[in-house]
Design a protein around this ligand. Structure first.
Ligand code: C2E
Ligand code: MG
Ligand code: MG
Ligand code: MG
Length: 292
């Protein structure tokens, strides 16, 4: 019986694995046409200053809507794009779209910056910094208005190479953010040697439950102080409740992002919010709603 059970388990595992491979194959094939078929969109999630909660920037987040597969999350399709050799083309599209939107907002007098997520493969493409400089010039966007976010996965690769790439990028005038800090591999030592401008604290740390000592978010406290000591701007991600906002503010963090302030929305929605703030009519923050 034990032997039979084991065999069934192996078969079930094999079936699930086959299904996963099939799904990935389908996604890779469909993703090849996603740009040409106009299935990709950017949404923009506000970044707010704390404690004022005034939007000061936005993170561009990629959305893929396929006619039959429906909405596919970036956490699923970005790794597929990387593996299928499609990420550089998709990344260029994202960068161009984000810069076009940023240029539009700046032309309308909105004092904001926009951040874009980078895959390690893009960062390591030949003359990536040159590409970034070209896109900025094409849209006449001042470099310091663009933030490029690198994840801890990039940090897991060759450190010297990474430092070289980030240094080239920053030489164009753009700012670099280290995304998802505290979620995975990057160490405190690496943080000290990496040429970055902004430290984004991962939502897992922000959502950390109250500790035994009764102090809210002790890790956030430590990371915010560390970031400031290293001369970095610190941004807390995934703020979902007023209590989390209070804890982050108490830690001295001056930038925040999360469902409490709004999910990623189409550019025109965020623009309407920026417009209403400018006319001075105080309006309540939009009610948090599901991410489109
Ligand atoms: P990320 O860069 O860390 O982006 C933040 C993710 O957290 C987004 O998920 C966002 O919708 C979600 N989020 C925002 N506020 C909250 C909150 O209060 N609570 C919780 N639980 N989550 C929140 P999304 O859009 O699904 O993106 C997932 C990841 O996909 C991103 O993580 C980023 O690593 C990657 N990604 C997204 N767009 C792009 C892109 O254009 N290029 C690349 N290379 N990667 C991208
Ligand atoms: Mg990000
Ligand atoms: Mg993040
Ligand atoms: Mg993430």
């Amino acid at each position: 019986y034990a032997k039979q059970r084991g065999k069934n388990r192996v078969e079930r595992y094999q079936a699930r694995y086959d299904e996963l491979l099939r799904r990935r194959g389908t996604l890779a094939n469909e993703l090849r046409h996603a740009i040409d078929r106009d299935q990709l969109r950017l949404v923009f999630q506000p970044v707010v200053a704390l404690p004022s909660m005034r939007p000061v920037g936005a993170e561009a987040l990629l959305r893929w809507h396929h006619p039959t597969l429906g909405a596919v999350r970036p956490d699923e399709f970005i790794p597929v794009a990387e593996e299928a050799g499609l990420i550089n083309r998709i990344g260029s599209w994202v960068l161009a779209q984000a810069c076009e939107q940023l240029a539009d907002w700046l032309a309308k007098g909105h004092d904001v910056w926009v951040s874009v997520n980078l895959s390690p493969k893009e960062l390591h493409a030949a003359d990536y910094a040159g590409q970034v400089a070209d896109v900025l010039a094409e849209h006449a966007v001042p470099a310091q208005r663009l933030v490029l976010e690198v994840t801890e996965h990039a940090v897991a690769t060759d450190m010297e190479e990474l430092i070289g790439r980030l240094t080239e990028l920053r030489a164009t005038g753009v700012r670099v953010a280290l995304d998802d800090f505290g979620a995975g591999y990057s160490s405190l030592g690496q943080l000290r040697t990496l040429p970055v401008d902004i430290l984004k604290i991962d939502h897992a740390l922000v959502a950390e439950p109250e500790s035994r000592t009764g102090t809210a978010a002790p890790l956030v406290d430590v990371v915010v102080r560390l970031g400031h000591r290293l001369g970095l701007e610190v941004l807390a991600e995934g703020i979902g409740t007023p209590a989390q906002r209070a804890a982050v503010e108490e830690a001295g963090c001056r930038l925040g992002q999360g469902s409490l302030f709004g999910w990623g929305v189409p550019a025109e929605h965020l623009e309407a919010q920026l417009d209403s703030l400018r006319t001075g009519s105080p309006r309540p923050m939009p009610v948090p709603r599901n991410d489109p």
